[in-house]
Ligand binder design. Structure first.
Ligand code: SF4
Length: 370
């Protein structure tokens, strides 16, 4: 073991939250015995493991993961996390949920309708195409149509299919909340009407809280329809506050402009309440360091939870060969932002549903609890 890795090990053993940041930045080497996601919207790719009782998503197929100092070894029913070949910590790799083995009444595998995220979140991309996918306005970090191409999912999930899977996943696998996302459509009102019909149907047969992720709609009043239909929280994701970088990695978002995002967040806060609105902030897109804390400050002042995540380069996307930031940079921004959240009375604990409540893709909730 090198001196550098000994230092890493010492830091990790001292603090499990730091280990989470290291794993998400360096990835983990695995064998074929571990199930993994290969695409999808948002920070797809990787496996979920349970570390110190909490779900953590970690990259495994990204280029850089093959050079990671971390690996998982399976022996006599136990998974051990190794660092440079030395045992570091026991981890759990959850078995595939029971609902994955079932099919809908019309013969579609439940796993093509929705997936288990983290330890208890059911997540579905209700419409798996995006109008920007084949254009120069595509978000370069997103893999939404890759899983459609590989037939791991279907194009459109009906509200009834979502309800069917939600009920069974809740009964068999202890699902406690739902995340619904969608690719952008030509008219944002179509997006919201469809998401609303999914929310109403799910709420007609279950009490599960629902998180909806969407682009800021042209008519912001439509957010009320989502709320009335049963959505409990919303994610309106700007991804980066470095607007030069945003122009390159998510031109369609940059085109909407920061002012419009602020208007949308304010409207969403009026409708859903403080702490029930969030925005992803992806680190590692080439952004200026200061832009992250400035963005997190702006969001926190509005009552929006800044969900900070390291870049997860998905194989098959334009950013496939990029690397996440160094874990020490992630740790630094997590520490600064958790102080900010406390000052503004925001916490993952108060979020009713979605990524903020799940927390598997970010170590921010863990740093909040330090
Ligand atoms: S934080 Fe969000 S994207 Fe990540 S596993 Fe949880 S629900 Fe899925």
């Amino acid at each position: 073991m090198t001196l550098r890795s000994q230092n890493i090990a010492a830091a990790n053993i001292k603090n499990g939250n730091h280990l989470k940041a290291y794993l998400q930045s360096f990835g983990v080497r695995i064998n074929q015995f571990v199930e993994r996601r290969k695409g999808g919207a948002g920070p797809a790719e990787g496996i979920t493991l349970i570390l110190n009782g909490r779900a953590v998503t970690v990259p495994v197929t990204c280029n850089f993961a093959s050079k990671s100092p971390y690996a998982i070894q399976y022996k006599s029913g136990t998974h051990t996390l190794l660092e440079n070949g030395s045992p570091l910590s026991e981890v759990k790799i959850p078995s595939p949920p029971h609902f994955y083995s079932l099919k809908t009444k019309d013969g579609i595998p439940y796993s093509k309708i929705a997936l288990l995220h983290g330890s208890n979140c059911l997540a579905s991309t209700v419409f798996q195409k995006c109008i920007y996918w084949n254009s120069n306005k595509r978000c370069t970090f997103c893999g939404i149509e890759l899983s459609l191409k590989s037939k791991a999912t279907i194009l459109k999930k009906s509200p009834q299919q979502l309800l069917e899977v939600a009920k069974v996943a809740s009964e068999l696998d202890g699902v406690q909340h739902i995340t619904l996302t969608t690719g952008a459509q030509a008219h944002s009102s179509d997006e919201i009407h469809y998401l609303s019909s999914c929310c109403s149907c799910i709420k007609s047969g279950s009490n599960l809280p629902i998180h909806v992720q969407l682009m800021p709609p042209a008519d912001l009043k439509l957010l009320e329809l989502l709320k009335k239909s049963g959505a409990d929280t919303v994610g309106i994701h700007i991804e980066s506050f470095d607007l030069g970088v945003l122009k390159k990695v998510a031109p369609n978002k940059a085109e909407k402009g920061l002012k419009y995002y602020i208007k949308a967040w304010k409207e969403a806060i009026n409708i859903f309440g403080i702490n029930q609105v969030s925005s992803f902030l992806i680190l590692g897109l080439g952004e200026k360091k200061d832009s992250v804390f400035e963005g997190a400050s702006l969001l926190s002042e509005l009552g929006v939870y800044p969900f900070i995540v390291p870049l997860r380069p998905i194989p098959g996307t334009p950013l496939a060969t990029h690397k996440p930031p160094h874990p020490d940079d992630m740790i630094s921004i997590y520490q600064q932002t958790s102080t900010l959240l406390k000052r503004h009375g925001l916490s993952w604990r108060n979020s009713k549903a979605g990524c903020v409540r799940c927390g598997a893709c970010s170590a921010l909730p863990d740093f909040e609890d330090e």
